[in-house]
Design a protein around this ligand. Structure first.
Ligand code: NAP
Ligand code: G4F
Length: 348
């Protein structure tokens, strides 16, 4: 019988939760690494917990951290996965300027620790474990070519971009040195209703919906001229899985091949709730970065032809989906406020 056992680091994040949904729906036994936290950090997985009680397949969580190589080896030995998806990272670009050493330790060296643990267990147990690395379009940084494809040279512009470039190359190096089935997905920005609230798209959809319901009056932003190639996270996790189903490991760009400014994202979002964004946006220098990535635009021809992958959700549909979901949250917040409950608001 074919064993399909996946281990996901970063399972509590946006992509980890969509990937867990996808793999469970495909009949995988799914395990996730979760960091110990003083408060719950499994919010994005709650629906799976409820599914489990309704007879769905189980998701098993293991305490661990990519800063701790010993625990990674122990988890891999216990789980004996057939596929590992490395999604764990300090993934916020602005924060990486404030915490460069920590970002390097988790995002760059965390990948090396995981590859070393995989190699040790693979050698000791004779298993073959396929490996996925979450590489990023942020590695292109100050782009030398438009659009960016697999062969475009990297020029990272942030400690995060530099850390991801290390993680990318160490994965390629382990593939070439030790014959690992290790693939890197160079994913362009992807968003969803589960996106962290301090990334720009979610910050905008949260603010517009809260402004609409009278819960907020201003949206403070940084560089609204930056251009990004934004897709839907649910589509992108499918590309991750497809990469590990190929006979040969390889690296792939995953993108929509369309680019939009942050301003356009604001205009569409506010228009959807019947407002004009110019009435509410204030530019705050706090949100500018010491070095910016001005333009990202992918060329995903290789993923489309070799993997048979394509994005299903358009830019407009993505905005609509996020606004709809955040409207519900804003309505709930308003209701709670009416009942005298306080809420902590995030606007970073
Ligand atoms: P995310 O929502 O920020 O999730 C990051 C995950 O990593 C969370 O589960 C987080 O745990 C976990 N994590 C952080 N530090 C860790 C550590 N020391 N040990 C173990 N786990 C740790 O990011 P995402 O948007 O899902 O992205 C997934 C991956 O793809 C990341 O590696 C990101 O850098 C990369 N990527 C993302 C995009 C994008 O546009 N979303 C594009 C390209 C590449 P907590 O929940 O406890 O914080
Ligand atoms: O949403 P962002 O923070 O995403 P960014 O920096 O592109 O990084 C994301 O995508 C990468 C893939 O290229 C991932 F690897 C990474 O993990 C992360 O998921 O910012 C997008 C743009 C930037 O140009 C930023 O300067 O929006 C601009 N921006 C303008 N005002 C802002 C804000 N970004 C944030 N977070 N907050 C603002 O107030």
């Amino acid at each position: 019988m074919v064993r399909n056992i996946a281990l996901i680091t970063g399972v509590t994040g946006q992509d980890g939760s969509y990937l867990a949904d996808l793999l469970l729906s495909k009949g995988y036994e799914v395990h996730g690494v979760v960091r110990r936290s003083s408060s719950f950090n499994t919010r994005r997985l709650e629906h799976l917990y409820h599914d489990r009680h309704a007879g769905g397949r189980p998701l098993t969580l293991h305490y661990g951290d990519v800063a701790d190589g010993n625990c990674l080896a122990r988890i891999i030995r216990e789980v004996r996965p057939t596929e590992i998806y490395n999604l764990a990272a300090q993934s916020h670009v602005r924060v990486s300027f404030d915490q460069p050493t920590y970002t390097a330790d988790v995002t760059a060296l965390g990948t090396l620790r995981l590859l070393e643990a995989l190699r040790d267990v693979q050698d000791a147990c004779g298993d073959t474990i396929r490996f996925y690395q979450a590489s990023s379009s942020e590695m292109y940084g100050k782009v030398v070519e438009i659009p960016q494809k697999e062969t475009t040279p990297f020029h990272p512009r942030s400690p995060y971009g530099v850390a991801k470039t290390y993680a990318h190359w160490i994965t390629v190096n382990y593939r070439e040195s030790y014959g690992l089935h290790a693939s890197c997905g160079i994913l362009f920005n992807h968003e969803s209703p589960r996106r962290g609230e301090t990334f720009v798209t979610r910050k905008i959809t949260r603010a517009a919906t809260r402004i609409k319901l009278g819960l907020q009056d201003t949206l403070f932003l940084g560089n609204i001229d930056a251009k990004r190639d934004w897709g839907f996270a649910g589509d992108y996790v499918e590309a991750m899985w497809l990469m590990l189903q190929q006979e040969e490991p390889d690296d792939y760009v995953v993108s929509t091949d369309e680019t939009h400014t942050v301003r356009e994202f604001c205009e569409k979002t506010f228009a959807q709730v019947g407002l004009d964004c110019d009435d509410f946006i204030k530019i705050d220098p706090r949100y500018f970065r010491p070095a910016e990535v001005d333009l990202l635009l992918g060329d995903s021809t290789k993923a489309r032809t070799k993997l048979g992958w394509k994005p299903r959700v358009s830019f407009n549909q993505l905005v609509e989906m996020m606004v709809e979901s955040d409207l519900v949250l804003a309505e709930q917040e308003k209701l709670l406020r009416g009942e005298g409950h306080a809420m902590v608001l995030v606007n970073d």
